[in-house]
Design a protein around this ligand. Structure first.
Ligand SMILES: Nc1nc2c(c(=O)[nH]1)N[C@H]1C(S)=C(S)[C@@H](COP(=O)(O)O)O[C@H]1N2
Ligand SMILES: [Mo]
Length: 198
């Protein structure tokens, strides 16, 4: 089988779309490490801080004024469920990072409520990640991360921080909440990178 078919969404046999050790579910399970924070769109803010200390801030209105994307993707949770053909609406990180000057290689994403997760900056670029605010044509429910969450479907779903509030761009990698607790630092579902040492 060619490598190309793996990431190819919406085509091919379903087996080809299921990463190793995963099963398909039609539910949308809720996985949260703590209570759901309720953030109104009036108080919601999203910031990107660069390694030089520059801060870029977007209000909800700012976010809504940006060009939107409608990613159609499969998602994979490290607890082994995968969900095919999920439909989202959001703003690509390419758009948000367009005017951000940075030579950083790493990103540390943080959420309202205190959750954090880390990934290489390049995994947020080139159409691979979004700030998503709608699911299935409706505003994103609070338990799924509303008003807005990170969506980075090519990595295990713990990287898709719910209730996202900001991203710090860093010269040096800094592990987030689950990464510190023993989850894999990168988390590629196709290589079954679940825990340290995988
Ligand atoms: N802020 C925050 N984001 C989070 C989590 C969390 O506990 N807090 N859990 C992660 C995990 S482990 C998964 S599998 C997905 C679950 O998203 P869902 O509840 O919408 O299915 O959110 C991820 N993002
Ligand atoms: Mo998860």
């Amino acid at each position: 089988m060619s490598v190309i078919s793996q990431g190819f969404q919406g085509r091919g046999r379903r087996d080809d779309r299921l990463p190793p050790g995963q099963y398909e579910t039609h539910d949308f399970p809720v996985l949260s490490a703590g209570p759901t924070p309720y953030i109104s769109v009036d108080e919601w803010q999203f910031t990107i801080d660069t390694e030089d200390g520059a801060r870029h801030t977007w209000s909800w209105q700012d976010l809504m004024a940006l060009p939107k994307s409608t990613p159609h993707v499969d998602i994979h949770c490290v607890t082994r469920w995968s969900k095919f053909d999920t439909d989202w609406e959001g703003v690509s990180l390419d758009v948000l990072l367009e005017d951000v000057e940075s030579a950083a290689e790493y990103a540390l994403v943080s959420s309202y409520g205190g959750y954090t997760t880390n990934l290489p900056l390049e995994d947020l670029l080139d159409g691979k990640a979004w700030i998503a605010y709608a699911f299935d044509g409706r505003p994103l429910a609070p338990e799924h991360g509303g008003p807005a969450r990170l969506l980075v479907p090519h990595l295990y779903f713990w990287k898709s921080a719910k209730w996202v509030r900001g991203i710090r761009l860093l010269d040096q990698d800094e592990p987030g909440f689950w990464e510190t607790a023993g989850y894999h630092n990168y988390g590629d579902p196709w290589h079954e990178q679940r825990y340290w040492g995988d």
